[in-house]
Design a protein around this ligand. Structure first.
Ligand SMILES: [Zn+2]
Length: 222
């Protein structure tokens, strides 16, 4: 999960649709804008080029029980179906970090340990941070149905593949610190819009002594 800059004003259809009994929060203008603002990347697992994107409500509207949440532009997020369905659980009802308002990289440590995603929090007393960390971990590890076993494993596989691409480029820059081509590739790999960016950026920040020249690409949001 990385910081996302949400564009304003809100898509026009939301205001009109909110006045209807069966209004839709996923008209074309909302879809187009979310897809662009969120780099066509699931804000939870950070998988790119989604085949099954969902409009996700950060705070659930509970079938219209909270109508003000249903059409609120700032409550609409771009996620994959896998993450949306995992988050659709009472334990997440009180919300997770709003990545449009706060930089999640300031609060969470995105790690892979022994082939498992491990998200540690900075503040163990902060329930929002802890819920966010648990949700992200679950999207890579929850195996309570046959399909989830597949979709969780698939995310972990893609994450590790992306990390291996990063490690190879880091090895190259270690051997040849002045290579402009390698630097350009690394800069691209570390952009917030890239797949699984939070994990790659955390790794580079954690290895700041080995890669001082790359720290400018992984700075936190001010
Ligand atoms: Zn996802």
């Amino acid at each position: 999960m990385v910081k996302v800059v949400r564009s304003f004003p809100a898509p026009e259809s939301l205001e009109e649709e909110s006045k209807k009994v069966t209004g839709k929060y996923d008209k074309q203008d909302v879809i187009d804008r979310l897809r662009k603002d969120f780099y066509n990347k699931c804000y939870i697992c950070e998988m790119k080029e989604l085949q099954d994107p969902n409009v996700e409500h950060l705070l659930p509207h509970k079938n219209g029980k909270y109508p003000e949440r249903k059409f609120d532009w700032e409550n609409l997020f771009w996620s994959c179906g896998h993450c949306n369905s995992i988050k659709n659980n009472g334990k997440y009802d009180d919300g997770i970090i709003d990545c449009c308002r706060q930089d999640p990289e300031k609060y969470l440590k995105f790690q892979i340990k022994n082939d498992n995603v491990v998200i540690d929090v900075n503040n163990f007393d902060n329930e929002v941070q802890k819920r966010t960390a648990l949700l992200i971990e679950e999207t890579f590890s929850l195996k309570n149905t046959g399909m989830r076993t597949y979709t969780s494993n698939e995310r972990l596989r893609l994450l590790q593949k992306e990390m291996n691409i990063l490690y190879r480029q880091l090895e190259k820059i270690h051997n040849n610190p002045d290579s402009k081509i390698t630097l350009r590739i690394l800069r691209s790999l570390l952009r917030r819009e890239s797949a699984f960016a939070a994990f790659k950026r955390y790794y580079v920040r954690e290895h700041a002594i080995e890669y001082p020249g790359l720290q400018q690409y992984v700075e936190l949001d001010s």
